[in-house]
Design a protein. Structure first.
Lengths: 176, 181, 658
């Protein structure tokens, strides 16, 4: 049997391998190119106290989470109980980015659903969101002590993601 | 004929009264027309939206090169998603700020990765993608050349024996009894 | 009761498919006539039970039986009857049942129209098709049961996606699936030949009409899909290189290569191994397409709801069927291969080159579609591949192909002297070049791309005319008389090739000269596009059978004279609350005027899209011509064996044709 007749089969087997791998990936997910890079700077007014501002420079030296949320976002409700619990456990400070929202609506939503954030800042026009590569809500970033983004959670935080990815990484970063 | 004559007569009378009414109404109509004319002026030539190719060609060209991340099979130019609108505004602002096309696209790629490019970039990882078609054609023609060379020197196929010929005929006829061709 | 009957019917079909897949094949190997004879009845029985199950599902939709999960998810009591029927295949489960219906139909058709085939051939072909049916029936029963019940039953359904509430939904999927699934016949013939260890010109003759028919259906299906997208999506696009579109285009490309390869095998007995491999590839691509659309591996607007479990099943099935076929190919191809000799410049070589290009094109489309997946699976980053890639890559591949289309039909078998070809074609070349250079000026501005596209199209036309004239040069009678004597397969080729020219003209003119305006219009505003002035006269509220809509009114005049009124709609469907644009299109011979409503904006105005699309209908007319050409070719008398008895023997011989 001539070897070249096996070529179609070999190509096909390779193809099946890739397709199999593809079954467990999400083609819609856009990974962040900012992982490992310094968190984009911003200075935004705080939700509860518009006279004050906050930015990543204020949080240098500690590990923190940035959670992008909005009162109009339906999936945010799915992850919010987890965030509230996380906030209560005081493992890591969570900063909320109120994305393309009315501050009044945002405040009302937090009052109704609980406020896990040490601070929430307001990104009215979504400009800061664009800088952080936000393309959907909710999204969550882990920023390390040096101010670099180390992880991005696309979509609501699940219990699985929290236990297998987020908390272990936070603990590891806090140790260094 | 008297009915026609009567209707003719009443028609003339009607015409006269209409003219009288019109004379009095005309000034009023004129005033109303002048008052309402700005509305006519308001109905104007349609204004381009920010997706119109006629408006700002540069913004359109750049937006057409970027993929919308929400409606992932459309460009930022085509998509109606909010993020697409925000990014179109962002592009316009950057053009106004004097950035070059390359700078604006690099800005987007820095934040969203290569996925945001509607046309895949040419990098080491995508060389196979871009060279692939040419490679396929090249390999195909190599095989073709070899086959042709092989076939050209091949001895002529032996003709069918009479028995084989008869068998072919039977098969083509479908076991029919008639002799066809 | 009816859904349960349907499910039971599927189980029976599964059993019959299993028997069909085992007994006839074993019978053919061991020469047990009784087992081989079971093939036809089993195929008929399988079809009856699948059709019955399909009928049960359709009946559930028509009767608004919302205790069936599938009906509750995809239909609604307000949905008009014909859409309730179409909703049968509007979901993953339903469309799989449609797949099965088509497979059952083709199998039964082959069983019915194969009297002239030897028994082992019939047994093997039907057996292979039975195996494929078994796999799909198992898949449906285990992972995608359309007859699942919903307790308590829903009060009303969630409605069929408004985008699918369209005549396109009634025709596009059935025709497309007829095509996709039809390649299983060519596949079965190829496997049967490999198993039997014998493959010759007669095999090609049997296989060819089935393949051409499937190809014609697929052409129609693709054409309908494109036309439907054009008017329903609201932005006048007609091809997006979307993964699901590519999934239907790849089998079409390979199918085109296959029908040409079959022609060579039938005429000259060569290319046998290639033809078999192409037959396997064409059906493999159909199966691959089925996988891609339902597994969640790729993003697409067309994709069905995804479930990794289903994806694994289909992938395993794919691997088994295709992998098995390719192993069989590797083992048996040398036995069936071989063939006559031919020169470097001959029709054989040109058809071989034609196939190389078509396969390279299909391969490129596959490469582009799957490349993001490759990179992601290897953790090499995430990119996206879209129309810019495919457009860039496809045209250079098609150009030499179009050139060959002109030369190939004129070339002789075995050896075709170049000087002769040049003599025949030089005027055709001159005419096409001149016409291509001049016409764009008449159309408006001269654009190099338009000129190039027209060159390709006119080259086909001119060389076809040369072909007709050459053919018509006969011993007696004039050109026309001689031409009427040509077999239908010849005319099929002529019509199909002209169809490609028509298609190219459509694409070239639309891409070269289309005008798009996206504007904000208040009542009374006007816009002028290509000599047409449109005045927006506001919107009115209308009520449809299951929707409410804002119906826009546009008064169109041309050079001052009233021309027409256009009424695009923005619909809001009652059941699901989904909205949809319904574009208003005025079709003219030289192009379309296309208006669609965007969104309402402040100031009581609307964002409106107005397009002028020159010659856009030629795109679909071209594909339709190709399909007609295919149908003409397969109705050639040499395939209608039964009627041979009635035919007088023709002078010149029926086989002296192309």
């Amino acid at each position: 049997m001539a070897k070249k007749l096996l070529i179609p089969l070999v190509v096909f087997v390779a193809l099946v391998g890739f397709l199999f791998a593809g079954l467990f990936r999400d083609p819609r997910e856009v990974p962040s190119p900012l992982i490992g890079k310094p968190a984009p700077a911003f200075t935004l007014a705080q939700l509860h106290d518009p006279a004050k501002t906050l930015g990543p420079t204020d949080l240098k030296g500690q590990v923190w989470l940035l959670n992008v949320w909005a009162s109009w976002c339906v999936s945010c409700r799915d992850e919010h109980p987890l965030l509230v619990e996380l906030g209560r456990a005081k493992i890591v400070p969570i900063v909320g980015l109120n994305y393309k929202d009315e501050p009044a609506a945002g405040l009302k939503w937090l009052a109704q659903n609980g406020d896990p954030y040490s601070v929430s800042v307001v990104d009215r026009d979504g400009r800061v969101g664009i800088d952080w590569g936000v393309y959907g809500v909710p999204e969550t970033f882990i920023v390390d002590k040096a101010g670099a983004i180390r992880y991005k959670q696309i979509g609501p935080i699940t219990v699985e993601a929290l236990q297998t990815k987020i908390l272990p990484l936070v603990r590891e970063l806090q140790k260094s | 004929m008297s009915a026609a004559g009567r209707s003719q007569g009443s028609a003339a009378a009607n015409a006269a009264s209409v003219r009288a009414v019109a004379k009095r109404l005309m000034p009023l109509l004129l005033v109303v027309a002048i008052a309402l004319s700005p509305i006519v002026l308001l109905a104007a030539e349609a204004v381009p939206t920010d997706k119109d190719p006629v408006a700002s060609a540069r913004a359109v060209a750049i937006a057409d090169k970027l993929r919308c991340l929400v409606c992932q099979n459309q460009t930022i130019l085509e998509s109606n998603a909010e993020l697409a609108q925000d990014l179109r505004t962002q592009i316009k602002q950057q053009i106004a700020a004097g950035k070059s096309d390359k700078e604006i696209i690099d800005y987007m790629v820095a934040r969203y990765g290569d996925f945001v490019l509607y046309q895949p970039p040419v990098k080491t990882t995508t060389i196979l993608l871009w060279a692939g078609p040419a490679l396929l054609v090249g390999i195909g023609f190599l095989v073709l050349a070899r086959t042709v060379r092989l076939r050209r020197t091949q001895p002529e196929e032996p003709a069918l024996t009479a028995e084989e010929h008869e068998r072919v005929e039977r098969l083509l006829r479908g076991d029919g009894a008639k002799d066809a061709s | 009761m009816i859904p349960e009957l349907g499910q039971f019917s599927l189980i029976l079909a599964l059993l019959l498919a299993a028997l069909l897949g085992i007994l006839p094949l074993a019978g053919a190997q061991r020469r047990v006539g009784a087992w081989m004879a079971l093939a036809r009845p089993l195929a008929a029985g399988q079809f009856v039970f699948i059709a019955f199950a399909f009928g049960c599902l359709t009946a559930s939709f028509v009767a608004n039986d919302f205790s069936v999960l599938n009906v509750a998810t995809n239909s609604n009591s307000q949905l008009p009857l014909h859409y309730r029927i179409a909703a049968t295949w509007g979901s993953h489960e339903g469309s799989m049942l449609l797949w099965l219906l088509m497979l059952g139909s083709w199998t039964a058709a082959v069983a019915a129209r194969s009297r002239h085939l030897p028994d082992e051939m019939v047994a093997r072909v039907l057996g292979v098709m039975g195996l494929v049916a078994f796999g799909f029936l198992l898949f449906v029963l285990l992972t995608s049961n359309p007859f699942e019940r919903l307790f308590p039953p829903a009060a009303d359904g969630r409605d069929l996606n408004p985008l699918l509430q369209d005549p396109g939904m009634v025709f596009h999927p059935p025709l497309l699936y007829m095509g996709y699934v039809g390649f299983s016949v060519a596949f079965a013939f190829a496997i049967a030949a490999l198993i039997g260890g014998r493959l010759d010109a007669t095999w090609a003759r049997w296989s060819r009409p089935w393949t051409t028919l499937a190809w014609s259906f697929l052409s129609c299906g693709i054409m309908l899909g494109s036309g439907w997208a054009y008017y329903v999506l609201g932005w006048g696009g007609w091809w997006f290189w979307d993964p699901v579109e590519n999934a239907s285009f790849m089998p079409w490309l390979v199918g085109t290569a296959l029908i040409h390869s079959l022609a060579v095998t039938e005429k000259r007995g060569t290319f046998k191994a290639w033809t078999v491999l192409l037959a396997i590839c064409a059906f493999s691509l159909s199966l691959l397409g089925t996988f891609l659309v339902r597994s969640g591996v790729l993003t697409s607007v067309h994709a069905f709801a995804t479930d990794p479990r289903r994806g694994v099943f289909i992938l395993a099935f794919l691997a088994l069927v295709i992998g098995g076929s390719l192993v069989l190919f590797a083992l048996r191809a040398p036995k069936v291969g071989g063939g006559g000799r031919f020169d470097t410049i001959s029709r054989e070589t040109m058809l071989l080159a034609n196939n190389v290009l078509l396969i390279a094109a299909a391969g490129s489309v596959l490469l582009g579609t799957l490349y993001p997946l490759f990179l992601d699976a290897l953790d090499l980053g995430k990119i996206s591949v879209g129309p810019p890639y495919f457009d860039t890559v496809f045209v250079p591949l098609m150009t030499p192909l179009v050139f060959l289309m002109g030369v190939g039909p004129l070339a002789r078998w075995k050896r075709s002297p170049l000087p002769e070809l040049w003599q025949q074609l030089r005027w055709a070349l001159a005419v096409s070049v001149v016409t291509a250079l001049v016409l764009p000026f008449i159309a408006g501005t001269w654009k190099p791309r338009v000129s190039f596209g027209l060159l390709l199209a006119f080259w086909i036309v001119a060389s076809t005319v040369v072909n007709l004239l050459e053919r018509g040069r006969g011993v007696r009678g004039g050109v026309l008389v001689q031409l009427t004597r040509q077999p239908r397969s010849y005319w099929g080729m002529i019509v199909a090739h002209l169809g490609i020219a028509v298609f190219i003209v459509g694409v070239t003119m639309v891409k070269g000269y289309e005008i798009e305006r996206d504007v904000r219009m208040a009542v009374g505003d006007t816009i002028t596009v290509n000599g047409f002035t449109l005045r927006f006269d506001g919107t009115t509220d209308v009520r449809g059978p299951n929707y409410r809509a804002m119906r826009g009114s546009f008064d169109v005049s041309r050079n001052g004279a009233p021309f027409t009124t256009l009424h695009p709609e923005k619909r809001l469907y009652n059941a699901g609350g989904q909205s949809m644009t319904d574009a208003a299109i005025r079709k003219m011979l030289t192009g379309d005027l296309y208006v669609s409503l965007g969104e309402p904006v402040e100031g009581d105005a609307w964002s409106v899209r107005v397009y002028h699309k020159p010659f856009v209908t030629w795109i679909w007319a071209g594909f339709l011509l190709m399909a007609i050409g295919g149908l003409l070719a397969l109705s050639d008398r040499r395939y209608r064996v039964a009627s041979r008895r009635d035919e007088a023997v023709l002078p010149g011989g029926a086989t002296a044709g192309n």
